[in-house]
Design a protein around this ligand. Structure first.
Ligand code: ADP
Ligand code: MG
Length: 298
């Protein structure tokens, strides 16, 4: 439905729509105006849709009889369509582990994880691959670019491998190069780019397949603070303009503030900091003190 909407509406109109409608009105779809019913209802998404659901997830590394580490212990998380959630926590608290479970990269856990309402733990490998390729984009701390391909070809590579033609991707490529600020670098080789630019190529590569969800693990962990801020601005733009739901792992309190909500992993459990604020009924900052001064580490 999102693709259909993108095709039908030029970007400027989508921006207008984003401005007019808060993403989380808390309700279902806004009723259409008289005369535009039908058309509106077809093009609108269910803003209340749960994109990621983590239910009572436990994850243990190691085998019975040997050294075992329980990393996740009843973790819970719900991410709605259009949210930009920051996942924080001390080093070794299990942030990457949880992100990889959500991305279906590791299915050795107990509990349930659903992507767009579909339980992934026992899903066939084929169906899971389809979800990973079609719905999820991954961004890692290290950009994993192919060094002997230029920017454009790095961005196109996964789509070409998936069988799409270069011609069919051209318009989307131009659009994404513009969004990521790489238009004048399109023929450049990765080695000639700064870290921030290389990360932007990795982001462009992940959004050209039109994912519904981006999972980012310390995307700015290898960058200086200025480049890091640029990447966060880009995430914010992708979230707002393209409507892509983002779940990012970050050590940086500053990066976390670019998101719409922060969740902290502690003792294998998730703590929603916004929920904490409501419970205590005082105007606390969005991020607990112990993370507020955390430096940007990997
Ligand atoms: N493949 C693995 N085998 C054994 N232990 C692991 C493995 N991956 C992660 N761990 C352990 O799980 C814990 C959480 O790791 P991780 O999810 O990478 O933490 P974070 O991303 O929050 O820094 C750490 O104690 C780490 O040593
Ligand atoms: Mg990690």
């Amino acid at each position: 439905m999102r693709e259909e909407k993108n095709k039908q509406q030029p970007r400027i109109m989508r921006e207008e729509k984003n401005k007019q409608q808060p993403r989380h009105s808390g309700g279902k779809e806004r009723p259409a105006e008289a005369g535009e019913r039908g058309k509106k209802m077809i093009t609108m998404r269910d803003e209340n849709e749960t994109m990621i659901a983590v239910k009572n997830v436990n994850k243990v590394f190691g085998k019975k009889g040997g050294a075992m580490t329980q990393v996740l212990n009843g973790a819970e998380l719900e991410v709605k369509r259009g949210e930009f959630v920051s996942l924080m926590g001390a080093s070794g608290s299990g942030k990457s582990t949880l992100l990889y479970l959500i991305g279906g990269l590791d299915r050795d856990f107990s509990g349930d994880i659903q992507i767009c309402g579909q339980s992934i733990r026992k899903m066939s490998e084929r169906k899971l691959s389809k979800i990973r390729l079609g719905k999820i984009g991954f961004i890692f701390q290290f950009y994993n670019l192919v060094q002997n391909l230029n920017v454009e070809d790095n961005i196109l590579l996964p789509s070409l491998v998936a069988g799409k033609s270069r011609a069919s991707l051209q318009k989307e490529l131009d659009d994404i190069l513009e969004i990521t600020g790489l238009t004048d670098k399109r023929k450049q080789m990765p080695a000639k780019l700064s870290g921030g630019q290389q990360q932007r190529v990795a982001i462009a590569r992940s959004i050209i397949s039109n994912p519904e969800i981006i999972l980012a693990d310390e995307a700015t962990g290898n960058l200086d603070s200025k480049s890091g801020a640029e990447i966060m601005e880009l995430f914010r733009r992708i979230n707002q303009e393209k409507g892509i739901t983002i779940l990012q792992v970050t050590h940086s309190a500053k990066c976390a503030t670019y998101g719409t909500r922060t969740v902290v992993l502690e003792n294998g459990k998730t703590v929603d900091t916004d929920a904490l604020r409501v419970e205590s009924e005082r105007p606390a900052s969005r991020i607990p003190m112990q993370f507020a001064f955390a430096s940007q580490r990997s």
